[in-house]
Design a protein around this ligand. Structure first.
Ligand code: ZN
Length: 124
């Protein structure tokens, strides 16, 4: 199975692993909320080679917060897709629907045609 563009499956696997193996109830060495948010929202603006970010891969609490922030972000992106049909993701969604509708219309037409043929044969 192919992963999606956000490596969701990979991330989920990692998330579960960290949650299970690195509990940190005392929040020792944790990154602050603002930093976690930026980690999710604009990772390209952070220097991810900074060793302090390795903390999140060894902390169930930070990982849980990151997971929540990531899900909130994804929900918001979904919302954006619906409300702005001209974004590329929105266009992709519309294209998918269009194809779906065309296929459905085609099937309906075939069904109607077959039905008409049968009617014709009955009333001949
Ligand atoms: Zn932490």
């Amino acid at each position: 199975m192919r992963d999606d563009d956000n490596d969701t499956r990979l991330f989920d696997t990692l998330e579960h692993y960290i949650l299970e193996h690195y509990p940190n109830p005392e929040r020792i060495g944790c990154l602050d909320q603002d930093l976690l948010r930026r980690f999710v929202e604009t990772p390209e603006l952070l220097d991810l080679s900074d060793p302090k970010y390795l903390h999140v891969f060894k902390c169930a609490e930070c990982t849980r917060e990151l997971g929540d922030l990531r899900r909130i972000r994804e929900a918001r992106i979904q919302q954006d897709v619906v409300s702005s049909p001209f974004s590329s993701a929105g266009m992709k969604a519309i294209e998918k629907w269009r194809r779906h509708i065309v296929t459905a219309a085609f099937k309906t037409r075939m069904l109607v045609r077959r039905f008409v043929e049968r009617l014709k044969s009955v009333f001949r």
